[in-house]
Design a protein around this ligand. Sequence first.
Ligand code: SF4
Length: 198
Amino acid sequence: MISELPRTGVCVCDCGLNIAGSVDTADVEEFARALPGVVCVVRNKYTCADPGQNEIRRAVVESKLERVVVASCTPRMHEPTFRACVASVGLNPYLLEMANLREHCSWVHAHDRDGATQKAKDLVRSAVSRAQQLQPQEEPTIPVTQAALVIGAGIAGIQAALDMADGGLDVYLVEKEPSIGGIMAQLDKTYPTMDCSI
Ligand code: SF4
């Protein structure tokens, strides 16, 4: 069963002391080595820096990795970085998974090193399992019509139509009433200037 799992690599990031200050990353590294399907584990001080990314590239090539888990920070920050990194050596970028050891672990459990380390192991184990379920994805290019339909010409609809027109779209603004402006057009004055609403 284990031999059927994709060859998985794990990279554990210290983030200086941001993670290593409250998580025993060496312990997490050893833990990751024993996970099913994991054939390669590396640990970096700063994985997003060039030396860290080069180590991922080397691991993908030399260990013939089919999945990569980066245990570092939020994917909002560096998922594109690491997807591009693995893609540069031929691995489909969607075969990458991340474990958020910083925002979800070290930063919120800064005064509980043992607990934070255990949680980091759980996050890595989960990420490895998710990674092994991933399938390669393609990014097709699909032509789209550069036009938009806005239904309702109240203030929100008018503003949305103007914003999209400013963005270069052809905009079709549809209103069921004989005039545009919605509720706003029915007011004779508006706070705080008491100007006419039209
Ligand atoms: S990958 Fe994220 S956690 Fe690691 S050094 Fe860079 S910012 Fe810090």
